[in-house]
Design a protein around this ligand. Structure first.
Ligand code: CTP
Ligand code: MG
Length: 434
């Protein structure tokens, strides 16, 4: 096969500013190497006939043991020499190469669309660079006013017609940090502006920003159709549950509102779930039950009450589903957390802790469940305008910031028919972009 499109991942740096023995691209970000995120997207994009990774030394070869068909090349002392080594490797091994896309291994938030767009733009341009508008002020000591609009940030991916790059690239020129700066000034360079946060891990703190970004799942609108599906709703007596059930019933869906007298979540076990789901297959399971006590009612006194309902009942449900013979029929599970999981809330100590733990069990089990066609997600709303609001938060809220019950109901329903899983969807006022 002719190798035409090559993806090069630059992983030859040692990360001086990151100050760690292990180069930043090989440290773990939410349990995986930073570079794994890049490799996954490179592979999934289907853009490349060949992927080349440039590494500092073969000591790091083991990181790539699980990837097939990836070529490893040793980098240079500067980023420019790393790029030069990749160019030489391509020249020697893949003379048929037409297009090459370079990406920093330290930028794990690349997505498929950017790669696909770059590759297709190379049909018309010599080079496509990823650019970003400057949002801070731009300054100079010698010039009083610098027009910010004339400048932009250059990130990666940077993409090139291989022939053009090969002709102009000079690794000895250290004044150039972006690869594109080696090309003569002309209009054959396409500036591909992005708004996404294409974080480059540079300092140690960036790793923690990255961890938060990976956990952030934006609210996505799904087309859901619950016709002929059995929808089980737990917690139908509260504000959200009630509204949810009446919305579903008004659209004539099959709703099974499960009351405490049907099944007591504070002491539910395997057999109870078996009994409940033996007659009707659960296509959708929504649990909005939430037990809370204010700290003033006693913190430890109600620990068990809260944890049994908010946490253990959900663990019991997911454990049951792991063993449930669903014959690979799809099931969607939507659970409900709270923004108090991001920051433990004063006066709701155990409640907040139960929600953090609930999110954690979704992260731990949802992968395994997805392999059985069971998709679990969790909605994490900010404070909601329910009759309970002052009981939960005293006067500690700003009315305009409160979500309406309807908004939260809509968010929950949006995840009743999707193939996403393990997502913690943070809902804030104004979360739906029109
Ligand atoms: N890079 C490379 N070869 C080098 C230097 C950098 O392949 N000799 C790669 C890095 O691995 C990184 C990307 O280029 O993915 C962006 O460079 P940078 O953020 O500067 O990484 P480092 O050079 O490793 O970090 P530092 O400048 O702090 O030493
Ligand atoms: Mg560097």
């Amino acid at each position: 096969m002719d190798i035409k499109n090559i993806g090069v991942i630059l992983a030859g740096g040692r990360g001086e500013r990151f100050c760690n023995n292990v180069p930043k691209q090989f440290v773990k970000l939410n349990g995986r190497h930073v570079i794994d995120y890049v490799l996954d997207i490179f592979i999934a994009s289907d853009c490349f006939d060949k992927i080349v990774v440039v590494i500092p030394s073969f000591d790091y070869k083991y990181i790539f043991d699980n990837y097939k068909d990836i070529d490893l090349v040793i980098g240079g002392n500067t980023r420019n020499y790393t790029v030069a080594n990749a160019i030489n490797y391509i020249k020697q091994n893949f003379p048929s190469c037409k297009n090459v896309i370079f990406h920093d291994s330290a930028r794990p938030f690349i997505n498929k669309k950017i790669l696909i767009d770059h590759l297709s733009l190379l049909n018309q341009y010599d080079s496509v660079i990823t650019t970003k508008k400057i949002t801070d002020s731009l300054g100079s000591i010698t010039q009083s006013q610098i027009p910010r609009e004339d400048y932009f940030l250059i990130q990666t991916p940077e993409s090139f017609k291989f022939e053009v790059l090969n002709k102009h690239f000079n690794p000895e020129d250290n004044s150039k940090t972006a690869i594109v700066q080696h090309l003569p000034l002309n209009d054959k360079v396409y500036k591909y502006f992005i708004e996404e946060y294409n974080l480059k891990i540079t300092y140690l703190q960036d790793l923690f920003i990255g961890e938060s970004l990976i956990k952030f799942s934006p609210f996505v609108k799904h087309n859901f159709n619950l016709k002929d599906k059995n929808v089980f709703v737990f917690g139908g007596t509260g504000g959200i549950g009630k509204a949810l059930i009446s919305k579903l019933e008004s659209q004539n869906f099959y709703v099974f509102p499960i009351k405490k007298s049907d099944l007591d979540l504070s002491r539910v076990d395997f057999k109870d779930w078996e009994r409940l789901f033996s007659d009707n297959f659960p296509d959708v399971i929504i649990n909005v039950t939430g037990k809370y006590y204010n700290d003033s009612d006693g913190i430890l006194e109600h620990y068990k009450d809260i944890m049994d309902v908010n946490l253990k009942a959900n663990i019991s449900l997911l454990d049951y589903l792991l063993k449930f013979d669903n014959k690979n029929k799809k099931i969607n599970v939507v659970l409900i957390s709270s923004s108090s999981a991001s920051k433990g809330r004063e006066n709701l100590t155990v409640y907040s802790a139960s929600k953090v733990a609930l999110q954690s069990i979704v992260e731990s089990l949802s992968d395994k469940l997805s392999k059985k066609n069971i998709f679990v997600n969790i909605i994490s709303p900010e404070k909601i305008n329910t009759p309970l609001i002052s009981k939960l938060h005293g006067k500690n809220f700003i009315a305009e910031e409160l979500l309406t019950v309807d908004e939260v109901v809509d968010a929950i329903l949006n995840y009743t028919d999707c193939n996403n899983f393990g997502e913690i969807i943070k809902i804030r006022k104004g979360f739906i972009k029109n």
